[in-house]
Write a protein that binds this ligand. Structure first.
Ligand SMILES: Nc1ncnc2c1ncn2[C@@H]1O[C@H](COP(=O)(O)OP(=O)(O)O)[C@@H](O)[C@H]1O
Ligand SMILES: O=C(CO)[C@@H](O)[C@H](O)COP(=O)(O)O
Length: 566
């Protein structure tokens, strides 16, 4: 029916958000709850707790449930007609895990509609009240152990799509077992943030999602099953410990469009949802982001939020320790390639603030004005007439790619040798262009092999807060050089939008022959209106400029290695 509605939720680090769309893909409602602001009693900072001594970052599970209660209330207050909602999907911050107690299934199945969710589930439904967060860096020991036992980074990447990473769920589960043995023992089931959220909606523990499970370092992507050797290592080494962990993890749903079940009675009685409202698998925030756009081969999404992620959809399962491969969230035979950087917005904001301190913005309403002016006033690589080029590395936080401690490095390259800059660098003004180039060169260096033989994308789609910035869009176009240009998605939350599209597809996809459904890509392309959804924000490839950056890649690689080893 034309007035049917579909919801896409996004349970991310700092907020929980929702977008409601109709069958024509038109957004009809957006709402959000910000943890630090709307659930202040948990006293989180940017949605998390940090124990700097141990490099731990984690979040209280009860806070997410409370925030979900508040969000449902906000949607009700905004007049959303819950009875019209036919399907729900969503996205969760990746890698985080939720540890359910033995009572969880019973508590989920007997929710009382006269009460909010949080006091009914917390603390009894959980064996561990915290969820390790993707910014956690505490599992070096576990990562080294797994990598050494399994045979190195390359092999782990071939099996699980990624080398071990501190934030990945396998090493994190292993650390919970080491640090909190009794809590691990008392754990009946383990969910990812995504399947935890689906469980709240179903009133039963949901299976893991086919794409999000690839962020655990536990799933054998080519063979579509858990890798029992790695599971055994994580679980403690014995056969019965392996079986226990396999049981805790449960099943993985292979079909991203599967109707897992109908919404739990709780939501029907408390909010007036229809009893026909379908719950489909909730996936990770990055896999959900690639569903917000009808990606074609050689298209790239650059998500410029707190972190920067580069995402591609590809039919080729080609692994490397320097990026991640995930199964595609909706389409068997496709994969999502991803790079994830901690130093996205924060690093740019630091340079911006340093520039504003010496050269205050001429436009008080735009804190980025001086930064942008500085970035666009220099030629590519800040090159001098003598051919000296500037290359910088800006990591106020320790970085994931490359694996590098925090620091700032500035170099001069003459095309033959690279050396640390002395006084030829106009700090901080020259940093504006250099940081944008540096972030894009790093992506070009690593994403090239995922793209064509030339490493050149067709289109670059930019999403997230940083995509509002014209200088960022221009330098992205110059360095990555997409043949058809840079496009911005005009709706601010790509992963909630992609989730809402997935819910719609799951409910309405046609059967094309027995056991086979219309693909997500065909479904979306038929309905998606480019003119209303995206804007061309940069021309992309410029003859001569893209080649100049290409010629600087080897020196940039050397600069990164220098930083990583210093
Ligand atoms: N005009 C702009 N130029 C550069 N960065 C911007 C601009 N507007 C917002 N941002 C950045 O976007 C970030 C937030 O983006 P968002 O996509 O909402 O992130 P997240 O979903 O990770 O919270 C902030 O760190 C902010 O600095
Ligand atoms: O760790 C990763 C991806 O590997 C991050 O991209 C998280 O998934 C971040 O989630 P947000 O809170 O930014 O949505």
């Amino acid at each position: 029916m034309s007035d049917d509605l579909f919801l896409g939720f996004d349970l991310s680090t700092q907020q929980i958000k929702v977008i409601a769309i109709n069958s024509k893909l038109e957004p009809v409602l957006q709402a959000y709850v910000e943890f630090d602001v709307d659930t202040p009693e948990y006293k989180t900072h940017k949605g998390v707790y940090t124990n700097t001594e141990l490099n731990e970052v984690f979040a209280p599970v009860a806070m997410w449930i409370k925030a979900f209660d508040i969000l449902l209330g906000k949607m009700q207050a905004a007049g959303l007609n819950f009875a019209k909602v036919r399907g729900i999907s969503g996205a969760g911050q990746q890698h985080g895990s939720v540890f359910w107690s033995a009572q969880a299934e019973r508590l989920l199945a007997s929710l009382n509609p006269d009460m909010p969710l949080e006091p009914q589930l917390s603390p009894k439904a959980f064996s561990h009240d915290m969820s390790p967060n993707w910014q956690d860096h505490s599992t070096a020991e576990e990562c080294d152990y797994l990598e050494q036992k399994v045979g190195g980074a390359e092999i782990l990447a071939q099996i699980t799509g990624s080398k071990t990473h501190h934030r990945f769920t396998g090493p994190q589960i292993m650390r919970v077992r080491h640090r909190h043995p009794s809590r691990y023992q008392d754990t009946a089931r383990i969910s990812l943030v995504s399947s935890f959220f689906a469980s709240l909606l179903l009133g039963a523990i949901a299976p893991l999602d086919v794409s999000d499970v690839c962020g655990m370092n536990l799933w054998d992507i080519p063979n579509e099953k858990f890798d029992e050797e790695i599971i055994q290592l994580v679980a403690g080494g014995a056969e019965d410990e392996k079986n226990d962990l396999l049981h805790k993890l449960g099943k993985v749903e292979p079909d991203g469009g599967k109707i897992l079940g109908l919404i739990n009675d709780y939501y029907i009685k408390r909010y007036g949802f229809s009893k026909d409202c379908a719950i489909t698998p909730i996936t990770g925030d990055n896999p959900a982001t690639i569903l917000a756009l009808p990606l074609r081969p050689l298209d790239v999404i650059v998500s410029l939020g707190t972190s920067t992620t580069l995402l591609v959809s590809t039919p080729v399962y080609k692994t490397s320790p320097s990026y991640h491969m995930f199964s595609h969230p909706t389409s068997k035979g496709l994969y999502m390639g991803m790079l994830c950087y901690c130093n996205g917005s924060l690093a740019r904001e630091k340079v911006r603030d340093e520039i504003n301190a010496v050269k205050p913005s001429s436009d008080a309403s735009d804190v980025w004005a001086s930064f942008n002016e500085a970035a666009l006033s220099l030629p590519p690589l800040g090159a001098t007439a003598e051919g000296q080029k500037k290359l910088g590395i800006y990591f106020p936080l320790p970085e994931i790619v490359p694996d590098c401690k925090a620091g700032t490095w500035r170099f001069i390259s003459d095309g033959i040798a690279l050396r640390e800059a002395r006084n030829e660098w106009n700090v901080p003004l020259a940093d504006a262009r250099a940081i944008l180039e540096s972030q894009n060169l790093s992506m070009r260096l690593r994403a090239g092999p995922l793209l064509s033989s030339t490493g050149q994308p067709r289109r670059v789609y930019v999403v997230g807060g940083g995509s509002r910035n014209p200088a960022i869009c221009q330098v992205t176009g110059e360095v990555l050089g997409p043949t058809e240009g840079v496009y911005r998605l005009e709706l601010s939350n790509a992963c909630a939008l992609g989730s809402a599209y997935k819910a719609l597809w799951a409910v309405q996809r046609k059967v094309i022959r027995e056991g086979a459904y219309e693909s997500f890509e065909d479904f979306l392309s038929e309905r998606w209106d480019e003119k209303t959804m995206i804007n061309n924000v940069d021309e992309g490839y410029r003859r001569g400029v893209w080649e100049k950056y290409g010629a600087a890649l080897a020196a940039f690689d050397e600069a990164e290695k220098f930083a990583a080893n210093s």
